[in-house]
Design a protein around this ligand. Structure first.
Ligand code: ASP
Length: 588
């Protein structure tokens, strides 16, 4: 028998019991003729104590032990003299009468502690050791709980879990496909799904009514810190629903998860913000609603005074940082440098300090008078003691820069409470966006998203103005999910492809199966997909999805542990009838 209890289980009531434990050695400490070993498994840590009562054969083995050895001990539970309230097992210790080494360990390349000394690369290479650490174990447990609770909730709401294939062809999410050569069909390739989008729509046509799947998706994109080439979606679709039905269903799920996973009660209805308002007031379609500090436009108030930067700008607007009128030169310089960073993209920053005594001090004092500043303060809801931060330029870019500045000020002022959750639905997205490079429209969500009924006539006249039945789910400024009510008739789908500049032939080749399915009684339907890894990270209060994926890839898309991607053998290449360009060049 390896164990009677786990390493997280024993309590004061177990005092005097004889127990057997097996686990990893976390630490060995020698103190005043006694040896303490902390023994670890997934469930916790138990302290073992070796002293003058320890039988000789056991104490003789002690000097041969090291970190991460697995040992099995049998011994008596006793009450600790100095209890450790921070440890669930901190009231007791075990005094082993038998000890056996189950397996030895080399000295691990980094310490298996909460604050490890291992760098990123090293921990990725030895991910199986990193996964032994408590913070990562907690993340994996949170992920597990999320998945179980999602299944439970959706099952109770009549959703059916259906798997869809991985070896498919191009999907419509707009990223690059990962492709897989087919040995049996030389010269032909499968694509891995960027999402199960078309399959879940087909399942609605098949009459399954409510579908979900926790499913891997693959997108060959340049990786940013919070992206992974393979990631997991909670993918859902529903029949005979309108937008509000979908939002309410998943608002219920989100509240359930807040409650059971994060112990967070969210009673109110989630705010619904139109895309236009999100951009106008927060400069982004994923606003962090944990704090206010809305953006205010002051273009009409500031133009015509001879200050060229404002006079020439398409848009002038700003945010008001409450209680910051006392900001120093240095702090203002820092903010100016911040907005000029390429990721933020502003040319400069104008500030107006609204002093407690009602006077103003500004970087544009030369061009404006007190009564101007008063007018701005009214428009920007600034009061004595506040600091107005103003940017000017092209509308879209300036709003976006203000959005970034708003988040930065939120950070500086501690307004982004790590223990709070501020969910929101962003609705009424534009259907199409103009692609400068390609010189044509592309779908803002994907080509199966339906326009608002009242906007359908705009296909003919002004497609760029059409709004979609599309929505995003945001928590704390992070996009957690997105979906839409779909097109379910051939006619409208054809119109959409046409608006996107996709020819009939191309539409047929790529999505003919779906267009055909639309011939056979396709029901109105809609759905949503959530980034599961990201949702877990946000629920765990982190912004790193990598910490919530057991075996993630690095920023170059590599798995450092198994060392992949890697070349394949010439036999494999031959079998697939693939010639590598490089190899050819070498031969020539
Ligand atoms: N397939 C979409 C996506 O991956 C989600 C949806 O429309 O349901 O973003």
């Amino acid at each position: 028998m390896y164990r009677t209890h786990t390493c997280g289980e024993l309590r004061l009531e177990d005092t005097a019991a004889t127990v057997t434990l097996t686990g990893w050695i976390q630490r060995i400490r020698e103190m005043g003729g006694m040896t303490f070993i902390t023994l670890r498994d997934r469930y916790g840590i138990t302290q073992l104590v070796f002293d003058e009562h320890t039988p000789l054969p056991v104490s003789e083995k002690l000097h041969g032990l090291g970190r991460e050895f697995i040992i099995r001990i049998t011994g008596k539970v006793r009450e600790r003299a100095s209890k450790n309230p921070a440890m669930p097992t901190g009231d007791i210790e075990v005094s082993p009468g038998e000890l056996e080494i189950v397996n030895r360990s080399e000295v691990p390349p980094f310490t298996i502690e909460n604050d490890t000394d291992g760098g990123d690369e090293l921990r990725m290479k030895y991910r199986y050791l990193d996964l032994r650490r408590e913070p990562l174990q907690n993340n994996m447990m949170l992920r597990h709980r999320m998945a179980q609770e999602i299944r439970k909730y959706l099952d109770e709401h009549a959703f059916v879990e259906v798997e869809t294939p991985f070896l498919i062809k191009s999907t419509p999410e707009g990223a690059r496909d990962f492709v897989v050569p087919s040995r049996m069909n030389p010269g032909e390739f499968y694509a891995l799904p960027q999402s199960p989008q078309t399959f879940k729509q087909l399942l609605m046509i098949s009459g399954y009514d409510r579908y979900f799947q926790i499913v891997r998706c693959f997108r060959d994109e340049d990786l940013r810190a919070d992206r992974q080439p393979e990631f997991t979606q909670l993918d859902c679709e529903m029949t005979f629903v309108d937008q509000e039905d979908v939002l309410n269903t998943f608002e219920g799920l989100a509240k359930h998860l807040f409650r059971v996973v994060a112990n967070y009660e969210y009673k109110d209805r989630f705010p619904r913000i139109t895309y236009d308002d999100a951009i106008k007031y927060y400069g982004t379609d994923k606003p962090d609603l944990r704090f206010g500090m809305k953006i205010a436009e002051i273009t009409p108030q500031v133009q015509g005074s001879g200050f060229k930067v404002f006079d020439d700008a398409g848009y002038v607007g700003g945010i008001t940082a409450g209680g910051c009128a006392g900001y120093s030169r240095k702090q203002l310089d820092e903010l100016t440098a911040f907005v000029k960073k390429p990721q933020v993209g502003a040319k400069g920053l104008v500030y107006v300090k609204y002093h407690e005594d009602g006077t103003f001090k500004s970087s544009v004092d030369k061009f404006f008078e007190e009564k101007d500043f008063q007018e701005w303060a009214r428009a920007m809801n600034a009061h004595p003691g506040d600091l107005m931060l103003i940017l000017a330029g092209k509308r879209e870019q300036t709003l976006s820069a203000l959005g970034v500045l708003r988040n930065e000020m939120g950070n500086r002022l501690g307004l982004r409470d790590p223990d709070a959750f501020a969910p929101a639905w962003v609705v009424d997205f534009p259907l199409l966006e103009w692609d400068e490079q390609e010189g044509r429209y592309s779908a803002m969500h994907h080509p199966f998203t339906s326009p608002k009924d009242e906007d359908i006539p705009l296909y003919e006249t002004n497609p760029g103005e059409m709004r979609a039945n599309a929505y995003d789910f945001v928590i704390n400024g992070v996009e957690i999910g997105g979906g839409s009510i779909r097109i379910h008739t051939r006619d409208l789908q054809e119109k959409m492809f046409h608006a996107l500049g996709i020819s009939k032939e191309e539409a047929n080749a790529k999505f003919g199966f779906l267009m055909n399915a639309f011939r056979y009684g396709a029901p109105p339907h809609g759905g949503i997909a959530f980034g599961f890894d990201r949702w877990c990270a946000v629920m765990g209060g982190s912004d790193s999805i990598r910490d919530y994926i057991a075996f993630p890839k690095n920023n170059a898309g590599r798995d450092l542990m198994i060392d992949s991607p890697a070349p394949i053998s010439q036999e494999q290449l031959n079998e697939l009838q693939i010639k590598l360009v490089d190899q050819q060049n070498k031969k020539e």
